[in-house]
Every structure is written in C-alpha cells, then in structure tokens.
Design a protein around this ligand. Structure first.
Ligand code: NAD
Length: 486
C-alpha cells in the first residue's frame, strides 16, 4: 500500500514502462446465437456491432435475436428440461466441475476478451472476474447432490425454464451468477448478455460445447433491450432472473407479477462507506479507492457515498486526494492501468452530466491528475466531490461511474441515518477499530451486504442482493439456490 504523505508530491510523474497484455485472442468478425447446442445467425439476419470502448473500433458484428430466435431458444430449453432435471445430481455436478476447469484453462483468453469488449483493466478481468467465475461453477458443482440442505424438509424440484438477462459491468461474472445455480438445481436457461458486452458469453458457449453439455440446457441469445423484453415476457418461461437498472427492473417486476411468474431482481445502488474516527485511515482510504474506482465505478454495489466522522474529515479528504492522483487511467490492456475505459459513449455522457450537475449544485470537484488521456475511447478520470449536501443529486442518484460524494457525520446515530437515507439498499461499508460498533452498524444498515474494514469482496458462498429499489431475491450460497427451486 502507498503511504499517503500529504507533504510529498503525488507520484503522478512516475514513468512505468508499458506492460501490455500479450495474449492474442480470436475475435470472429461475426458472432452468432447459441441455441439448442449449435451456433446460428439471427433468423432475420439482423446484426449489431460491439466496439472496444478504449479504441472505439468495431470488434465484431453480433446476431440480433428477434422473436423467432427467442421462440426457438425457449423451445430448446423446454425440450432439454426433462432430461437435464432427471440427470443424476452427481452427473450434473461433473458438468459444472468441467465447466469450471475449462474456464480456468482458458482464463487468460476470457480475461482479454472481457477487457477488450468491456473496457475494464486487464488486471481486474484476470485477477478478479475470471477467477470468481470459475469459483462460482466449482461452488455450485458441490451443491448438485446436496440440494436437500438448501430447502430442508422439501423436495428440491427445479423451477423449469429460466430467462436470464444481465448487464455490461461484469459480463462473465453475472453470467456465472445466473447459470451456475440454475444448472445445479436442474433448470435449463436462456441467457441474454448486454448489447455492449456480448463476446464473453458467446465464448462461454464454446466451453459448454467442449464439456458436452446436452443441447438446449443453456442457450445464449444476443441483442438489445427488445431482445431482453421478448425473452422475459415469453409465455413459456417459468422464472426470470434480471440484473440491471432499477427502471427496467420495475417494468419486469410488473410483467412477472401479471403472469404470476417467479422473479429475482438485482438492481441499482448508492452504497455508503462509513468511516469512524477510530478506523485505520490509510486502510480505509485504500478501501474507498477499491470501492468507487474499481471497474471505473461501474459497480452496482460501489461505495459511491462516503460518510466520514467530522473530526477526521480533513485528513481523509487530504489522503484521498493524494491517493487518487496516483491512479493510472488509460489503456485497459496495460497491466499497470488502474482505471480503464467507460463501457460506452452513452454511459460516459451520463457520468459527465452528473459531474456538471455536482458542480452546478455547489459541491467542490476534485479530479485525478492531469496526465493526457488517449485520443480515442471513452474516458473519465476518477473524481470526488467534497462539501456535498445529502439532498444534492450526486448524493442521491446512482451515477454508475468513478464519482464519489463525500459527506460527514457527528454521531453513530447520524451515520446510520445518513447511510440509510437512500432509495436503494444494496451494499454498505463500515470502517472502525471497534467490533461492536461495526456489528451495530451492520445490524441497522438497510443493505443486503455490509463489509467491515474492506469493500467489494465477493464469495460464491455468501448471498448477494438488495432491499428497496435495489431489488429482491438473493444470488449466491444456499439462499441463492432457493430462488431456482420450485
Ligand atoms: P439496463 O437495465 O439498461 O440493461 C440491463 C440488461 O437488460 C441489458 O442486457 C439490456 O439489454 C436488458 N434490457 C433493457 N431493457 C430491457 C427490457 N425492457 N426488458 C428486458 N431486458 C431489458 O442496465 P445497464 O445500464 O445495462 O446496467 C447498469 C445497471 O445495472 C445499474 O443500475 C447497476 O446498478 C445495475 N446492476 C446491478 C447489479 C446487482 O447485482 N444488483 C449488478 C450489476 C449491475
């Protein structure tokens, strides 16, 4: 860890030699749908392009699934359900185990593809995302023959055909969070990745082929919002699992309610970090860095509001500004890069809009360094605002970018009240030297996950999910399995 020395110049002038990732991956100029164990173009031949957000270059033209393709995918999943749900649990486990092993074998390739298509730094794809994806399949391989322990006193019966729609910030990880528990429970799936990051899901389909997963057990359909809508509203789907924005989640909730269909929703967040004066401040600053600037802040559970006990506020701001200046923004394929590209121009425009709003509403802007950014691509320097009022837009709305709103509190009561003063309830972090204080905060925080003296730690054994506008249902652990059992 870098020890902040406010008296020293920030290390922005360190020159590190370029350390580009050298693994070359195959990228097909045309990417197809994976339905019923085979790859095919969309029935009406439509495609859309997916670009590298760090260069704005087209990577591939991707099949845009329409209603005929969705029908075909759902029918394939329905046909496969009987065989897959009756496959002995120990055999299902072997498939999941093999998938996990192949993900490990092909981890470098998957990490590179994830970074090229999504813009996140290669060190995150390589060291965080892909290992967690493999872990998720390993973990659920172990559950296949132990499902009775997930639903004590009941027969573990699969729900059926699952429609799963995921966003672009953790494309592979979200696919694993959806597919692994569903398959472990004996369901079949139709998965739709986000339109800006479809490539790794299609690569995952190759792995399903390699391990001999029976046709139709997993189908992958690419496309935009309309493809997602057709899938979640399809008449022959038994369960919907959605991760994405609260706005779309509400629409899906309404349509599932009308159809009395089982649904889980993992939606947005505005997570608070609470730093008490007795915390180890240097470690807390590192936690804040990983909480908001990890994956360019495009994390649903990002710690995007920072609440600091008043008497250490100045110290925290000083150290944070110093540490922020040492972050390297740029080519995501360079192993030294800390902050990569924003996923799309649309998202970049949204983030910039919020930064302008923060300045207009009177908060003080602190921006990371003045090193030049690449000419092409979608870039946003890590940023934080001090002097933020809880009523201001940047303190209330999910920005989904590397922008942190810093506020203060005086008492533990006020810390809890401010932390809970949000429409969301996905994540929170507490930094203190006192275990009792941390536990009391965790008990009273309205958040699905509360990290203590750490942030953004994920584990397949731990349930993850939100309250209020962050959605309902859990993914991960035994609780997550129950969402895939009737
Ligand atoms: P989004 O809701 O626009 O899109 C998410 C996915 O839904 C995409 O695949 C998209 O094509 C699809 N979609 C869009 N409209 C649809 C519709 N009407 N019916 C069905 N599918 C539709 O969200 P986004 O901008 O891609 O992702 C960012 C959001 O996701 C943020 O709000 C973030 O907090 C949230 N998110 C939540 C979690 C979590 O676990 N809680 C994880 C990651 C992201």
């Amino acid at each position: 860890m870098i020890q902040p020395r406010p008296d020293a110049a920030p290390p922005t002038d360190w020159d590190l030699s370029p350390a580009p990732e050298t693994v070359k991956v195959r990228i097909d100029p045309e990417s197809r749908l994976y339905i019923d164990g085979g790859f095919a173009a969309a029935a009406d031949g439509r495609t859309f392009e997916t670009v590298n957000p760090a260069s704005e270059q087209t990577l591939s033209r991707v099949a845009d699934a329409g209603s005929a393709d969705i029908d075909r995918a759902v029918e394939a999943a329905r046909r496969a359900l009987r065989g897959w749900s009756r496959t002995p649990a120990i055999e299902r486990a072997k498939y999941l185990f093999r998938i996990a092993r192949r993900i490990q074998d092909r981890s470098r390739e998957l990490a590179v593809l994830e970074t090229l298509d999504g813009g996140k730094p290669i060190k995150e794809s390589r060291d965080v995302d892909v290992p967690l994806v493999a872990q998720h399949f390993f973990h659920h391989a172990g559950w296949c023959d132990k499902l009775r322990h997930a639903v004590p006193g009941r027969d573990p019966v699969p729900v059926g055909v699952c429609a799963q729609v995921i966003p672009w910030n953790f494309p592979l990880m979200m696919a694993a969070w959806k597919l692994a528990p569903a398959l472990a429970c004996g369901n079949t799936c139709v998965l739709k990745p986000a339109e800006t990051t479809p490539l790794t899901a299609i690569r995952l389909a190759e792995i399903f082929e390699e391990v001999g997963l029976p046709p139709g057990v997993v189908n992958i359909v690419t496309g935009g919002p309309e493809t997602g809508r057709l899938l979640v509203e399809h008449g022959d789907v038994d369960k919907v699992a959605f991760t994405g924005s609260t706005e779309v989640g509400k629409r899906i909730a309404a349509s599932c309610a009308a159809k009395r269909r089982k649904v889980t929703l993992e939606l947005g967040g505005k997570g608070p970090h609470v730093i008490f004066a007795d915390a180890a401040i240097d470690q807390a600053v590192e936690g804040i860095v990983s909480g908001i600037w990890f994956n360019q802040g495009q994390v649903c559970c990002a710690g995007s509001r920072l609440l600091v006990e008043e008497r250490v506020l100045e110290e925290v701001i000083e150290k944070l500004a110093w540490r922020m200046k040492s972050l390297r923004v740029g080519d995501p394929m360079d192993k030294n890069t800390d902050v990569g590209a924003i996923n799309s121009r649309r998202q970049l425009d949204t983030i910039r809009g919020y930064i302008t709003r923060g300045v207009d509403e009177g908060a003080t802007l602190h921006e990371c360094g003045d090193r030049p950014l690449p000419d092409r691509g979608f870039w946003c320097r890590p940023t934080f605002f001090s002097g933020v009022q809880p009523s201001q837009t940047i303190a209330r709305e999910e920005i989904f970018g590397p922008v942190l709103a810093v506020m203060s509190f005086r008492t533990p009561e006020e810390a809890v009240a401010r932390a809970n003063d949000t429409a969301y309830g996905l994540s929170a972090g507490v930094w203190t030297d006192k275990g009792a204080k941390a536990l009391e905060f965790a008990r009273r925080a309205k958040a699905g996950v509360v990290w203590c003296n750490g942030f953004n730690r994920f584990d397949p054994t731990a349930p993850f999910g939100g309250f209020r506008e962050s959605g309902f249902g859990r993914e991960g652990g035994a609780v997550g399995l129950r969402e895939y059992l009737a």
